[in-house]
Design a protein around this ligand. Structure first.
Ligand SMILES: [Zn+2]
Length: 111
């Protein structure tokens, strides 16, 4: 928490500021914590759940959907004439590598 008098960071729940001695408002300790700020998601190639280049896992993580579903849809899309393989190669080159699904896959699903 921040002392309203001297604006210095002091321990949460402190009754008095140990920098300037100012009495701290009681409500400061019981105020609801600010909502957690999640870092903005970036489209990355998965480094921990990859089959070829991690594109499918990266897309799945970005849109918060199942990796297998993305792979199936991608494989079906390659059956349709079009620049699908080329698109994969472009994504492979353009999308940076990075870990994906870390909160979801680091802990086993208890069910
Ligand atoms: Zn102070």
């Amino acid at each position: 928490m921040i002392c309203p008098n001297c604006q210095k960071d002091i321990a949460i729940g402190s009754k008095f500021c140990y920098n300037c001695g100012a009495k701290q408002p009681e409500t400061a300790a019981s105020a609801p914590p600010p909502p957690p700020v999640y870092p903005r998601k970036r489209l990355v190639r998965s480094t921990n759940d990859r089959k070829i280049a991690g594109i499918c896992a990266g897309i799945a993580d970005y849109f918060d959907i199942d990796t297998t579903l993305v792979r199936v849809l991608w494989l079906l899309a390659t059956l349709v004439p079009g620049p699908n393989i080329l698109a994969y190669i472009i994504l492979w080159i353009a999308v940076p590598e990075g870990p994906t699904g870390v909160p979801a896959t680091s802990a086993p699903v208890a069910s």
